[in-house]
Write a protein that binds this ligand. Structure first.
Ligand SMILES: *Cc1c(COP(=O)(O)O)cnc(C)c1O
Length: 233
C-alpha cells in the first residue's frame, strides 16, 4: 500500500467525489446514472480495493493484465473489471476472460488478435477504441483520420463489440486545458456513428484532474485513481 493511500479515507473521498460528480451532472443537464465511476486501482492492494468495494465502488480499472489476474480471485465475484491500460498482443489470451471491458484498443492488429482469440474462447469482448486526440507522440491510440478509415473493418469483426471511444488528455495543471480534447472525442464519436451507422454509447474520458470537465463534455466512464485512493505509493 502506498503510504499516502490510507484506506480509511476512501469513504470520505468517495463521498466528495460523488458530490462533485452529481454537481457536474446537474450543471450539464445529465443524469447521474449516465456516468460510471471506474476506480483506477493500479498499484493498490486488494485490502484497499476491498475498502473501496465496501464503500460502494463496483467497477475497478486495472492497467496491467498480470496484476489484475492476481487481484481478481481475491475480490468478491460481483466486482466488474475494466482494463484501462495498454494491452499487448501477447497478453490477449490471458486478458479476455478477466475483463468486462477493454478501454485501450489502439490498433487494427490488436483488434484482430482479440477477435481471433475471442472466437477460440467463445467470448464477445466489449471494447473502446483509444484515440490519440492530442497527437502527442507519447500517447497510445488511433489518429482520428486513421480511425475513420479503419472503422468499417473494426465494426465488422465477428466477436469484438465496439462500444465507444476512450482518450487521455495531456497532463495539465488547469483542467480547462483538457476540454478541447474531450470535445474532439465527442465530435469524433458523432461522426463515426453517422459513418458507421452504429451507436457508440461510451466515452471513457476524465481522470482525477479533469473528470468534471469530462462529464460536462459527455463522459460516460470516468477513470479515477488519486482522487479516490490518494497518491499512489
Ligand atoms: C492511472 C490511470 C487513471 C487514473 O489517474 P488519476 O489521475 O490517478 O485519477 C486513468 N486512466 C488511466 C489509463 C490510468 O492509467
Amino acid at each position: 500500500m502506498g503510504i499516502l493511500s490510507d484506506p480509511s479515507n476512501i469513504f470520505e473521498r468517495l463521498d466528495q467525489l460523488e458530490a462533485t460528480i452529481c454537481e457536474a451532472c446537474v450543471r450539464s443537464g445529465r443524469r447521474r446514472e449516465e456516468v460510471e465511476l471506474v476506480a483506477a486501482s493500479k498499484k493498490q492492494t486488494v485490502e484497499v480495493l476491498r475498502v473501496a468495494w465496501d464503500a460502494g465502488v463496483g467497477v475497478f480499472g486495472e492497467n496491467r493484465v498480470q496484476e489484475a489476474r492476481e487481484k481478481i480471485p481475491l475480490m468478491p465475484s460481483g466486482v466488474r473489471w475494466h482494463l484501462i491500460g495498454h494491452l499487448q498482443r501477447n497478453k490477449v489470451r490471458m486478458a479476455l476472460p478477466l475483463f468486462d471491458m477493454v478501454h485501450g484498443v489502439d490498433s487494427v492488429e490488436l483488434a484482430h488478435a482479440m477477435d481471433r482469440v475471442a472466437a477460440e474462447l467463445g467470448l464477445f469482448p466489449k471494447v473502446l477504441l483509444q484515440v490519440n486526440v492530442s497527437g502527442e507522440g507519447t500517447k497510445f491510440g488511433f489518429e482520428r483520420e486513421e480511425l475513420k478509415r479503419e472503422l468499417d473493418g473494426l465494426l465488422s469483426l465477428g466477436r469484438v463489440e465496439v462500444h465507444g471511444l476512450m482518450t487521455m488528455a495531456p497532463y495539465a495543471e488547469d483542467a480547462e486545458e483538457a476540454r478541447p480534447y474531450f470535445v474532439a472525442l465527442r465530435e469524433l464519436r458523432e461522426e463515426l456513428e453517422v459513418r458507421g451507422g452504429v451507436k457508440l454509447p461510451h466515452l471513457s474520458m476524465g481522470m482525477s484532474g479533469d473528470y468534471v470537465v469530462a462529464i460536462e463534455e459527455g463522459a460516460t466512464l470516468i477513470r479515477i485513481g488519486t482522487a479516490l485512493f490518494g497518491a499512489r505509493g
